[in-house]
Design a protein around this ligand. Structure first.
Ligand code: NAP
Length: 237
């Protein structure tokens, strides 16, 4: 896909991987709807995208709210004319052994990491299927494949993202919708700020730009070719 003048929507765009993917998409010529809950993150990202000569529509919204999802998907069409690329990126992790895991943490991981992906995808599909080609990127994790102590809810939610992505790919490939599930290992972002998470050696893990580059390269492939899954891990953690 040639991204020049295409329309992309990125959830969780304010920080980390979503921000890096948004900037890389803009560098390649896309205009964007950028979604997260923190206005100041969105404003500074919109400025950065504007400086690259592209349009950015910031939308302050919680991706777990169904009515807000419906509104921000419509925003892409109303303000930018279409929707060619959807990046389902918003997500969070809370680590705790199952005996200590709260129901609130379980629910917030499943609602943010998985249910919101379903809501955004379902709203976007009728619009994206009208485009000659379109791409849905789902940010999963290597944690969706590799279990570890304390990761029950996070690993299960990301495993769900991978299963969801495969079904979506099979359902919509004939309609020209390419589906790419991205499985990063540890990435140096705000994600690790939460007290329940370990403190990795930030010099050794991935940068958000590493994930953004490989993701946007996969989006840019010919419409003939779908990279349905990407694993990217630190070389020497
Ligand atoms: P991050 O730096 O914490 O950024 C997460 C972004 O998502 C923030 O902009 C946050 O903004 C937004 N967000 C969270 N909940 C939201 C909600 N309910 N509604 C709207 N926006 C929401 O984390 P990251 O590392 O970039 O993570 C991005 C994705 O990569 C996640 O799906 C994560 O699971 C995945 N991942 C991360 C790593 C890693 O090591 N960092 C590894 C593998 C996969 P607000 O709080 O302002 O809304």
């Amino acid at each position: 896909m040639d991204l020049k003048n295409k329309v992309a929507l990125v959830t969780g765009a304010g920080k980390g991987i979503g921000r890096a993917i948004s900037v890389e998409l803009a560098r390649q010529g896309a205009n964007l709807v950028i979604v997260s809950r923190t206005a100041k993150d969105l404003q500074s990202l919109a400025r950065e995208i504007g400086d690259l000569g592209r349009k950015a529509i910031p939308v302050e919204a919680d991706v777990t709210r169904e009515s807000r999802v419906r509104e921000f998907i419509r925003t892409a069409v109303d303000k930018l004319g279409s929707l060619d690329v959807l990046v389902n990126n918003a997500g969070l992790a809370r680590f705790a052994r199952i005996e200590q895991l709260s129901s609130d943490d379980w629910d917030s991981m499943f609602e943010t990491n998985l249910r919101s992906m379903f809501l955004c995808t379902r709203e976007a599909l009728p619009i994206m299927k009208q485009r000659p080609e379109s791409v849905i990127v789902n940010i999963a994790s290597l944690a969706g494949k590799n279990a570890f102590t304390g990761g029950a809810a996070y690993c299960a939610s990301k495993s769900g993202v991978l299963a969801f992505s495969k079904c979506l790919m099979l359902e919509e490939r004939k309609a020209g919708v390419r589906v790419i599930a991205v499985c990063p290992g540890s990435v140096d972002t705000h994600f690790f700020k939460h007290e329940s998470l370990p403190n990795p050696d930030r010099a050794k893990i991935l940068k958000a730009d590493d994930v953004a580059r490989v993701t946007v390269d996969a989006i840019k492939l010919s419409g003939r070719a779908t990279v349905s899954e990407i694993e990217i891990r630190p070389t020497n953690p």
